[in-house]
Ligand binder design. Structure first.
Ligand SMILES: NC(=O)c1ccc[n+]([C@@H]2O[C@H](COP(=O)([O-])OP(=O)(O)OC[C@H]3O[C@@H](n4cnc5c(N)ncnc54)[C@H](O)[C@@H]3O)[C@@H](O)[C@H]2O)c1
Length: 284
């Protein structure tokens, strides 16, 4: 398959590695001056323009800046210039595709939202807009599955889709607990990594709760332990610039002395080990 990767930052380069690793012909377009160094030894072609990258593409995966004006202009070009059969996929984290396809043909466009880094994380949130055809959704699901990913089709567009909304809910409470002095950032991370994170690597919140209820299942949990949990009032973090700065400083105190690349490599090593243990360790 011929795949155009538009935008070669954190997400685009990771997608490019995955696509190339599965034997696809990958064309990358990005105006960044250090594109050649950024691409490194990935087996991909560097295109001189978006037009050149998408000219005969079967799939386009867009990973440009998370700005509505950018995606609006780019998708108008993609719809006009990519072949009629090409899937037009956006990695957007929060902008639904109906917002950047208003006034153009959105039938081949949908969100294919990965978690970072997509060559490691299996999830791809597949989010059609109201005009995306069923055929496009089916082909996108098939495409992501063929790469060993786990596509989840969402029924309706909401800002942030599902994954980031869940992440945001937990993050808000985490910030609030640090701001209230209940725990420091490293302690909170330890709580998650040694309990919820491990659990959620195996079962999601609903199956986890069902199992947590013992033989009585989710019903038992919801009506007994769940009722005492409802006494908890979740906090609203203080999002003033001063309060935000204090949290940033606390996180930097915990992790700022470590090299980003070392931390990222360590994260990938652990995530890959968990995936291998789950029989999903195939990293092409
Ligand atoms: N970083 C994440 O954790 C994450 C996760 C999932 C999805 N996303 C989404 O993926 C997209 C990219 O995010 P990122 O973190 O890789 O950003 P990034 O800033 O690392 O990369 C964006 C790239 O787009 C390039 N670009 C700018 N104008 C362009 C143009 N006209 N044509 C082609 N490329 C152009 C930039 O030079 C840059 O390299 C965003 O929509 C973001 O919301 C990010």
């Amino acid at each position: 398959m011929k795949i155009a990767v538009i935008g070669a930052g954190t997400i685009g380069l990771s997608w490019a590695a995955l696509f190339a690793g599965h034997g696809h012909e990958v064309r990358v377009s990005d105006p960044r001056p250090d594109l050649v160094e950024a691409v490194g030894d990935l087996d991909v072609h560097i295109a001189a323009s978006v037009s050149e990258a998408v000219r005969d593409a079967d799939v386009v995966q867009e990973n440009g800046p998370e700005r509505l004006d950018f995606k609006r202009e780019l998708f108008a070009k993609l719809v006009a210039e990519a072949p009629a059969h090409a899937l037009l996929l956006s990695s957007s984290s929060a902008i639904p595709s109906s917002e950047f396809t208003a006034g153009i043909d959105g039938s081949r466009v949908l969100i294919g939202h990965p978690f970072n880094p997509p060559h490691v994380m299996p999830l791809v949130e597949v989010v059609p807009n109201p005009r995306t055809t069923e055929e496009t959704v089916r082909k996108a699901v098939e495409f992501y599955r063929s790469l060993g990913r786990v596509p989840v089709v969402e029924h309706r567009e909401v800002p942030g889709f599902v994954g980031n909304r869940l992440q945001n809910a937990l993050q808000r409470e985490a910030i609030h607990l640090v701001q209230e002095g209940v725990v420091d950032p490293a302690g909170l991370d330890e709580v998650v990594v040694n309990s919820l994170g491990l659990r959620w690597a195996a079962v999601g919140p609903f199956l986890g709760s069902h199992l947590g209820g013992g033989p009585g299942g989710y019903r038992h949990l919801a009506t007994h332990i769940g009722s005492s949990m409802r006494r908890l009032t979740l906090g609203q973090p203080d999002d003033s610039p001063e309060a935000t700065e204090r949290v940033i400083e606390a996180v930097e105190k915990a992790y700022g002395d470590h090299e980003y690349t070392e931390l990222a490599a360590e994260r990938d090593r652990k995530q890959l080990a968990i995936l291998a243990a789950r029989g999903q360790g195939d990293r092409k």
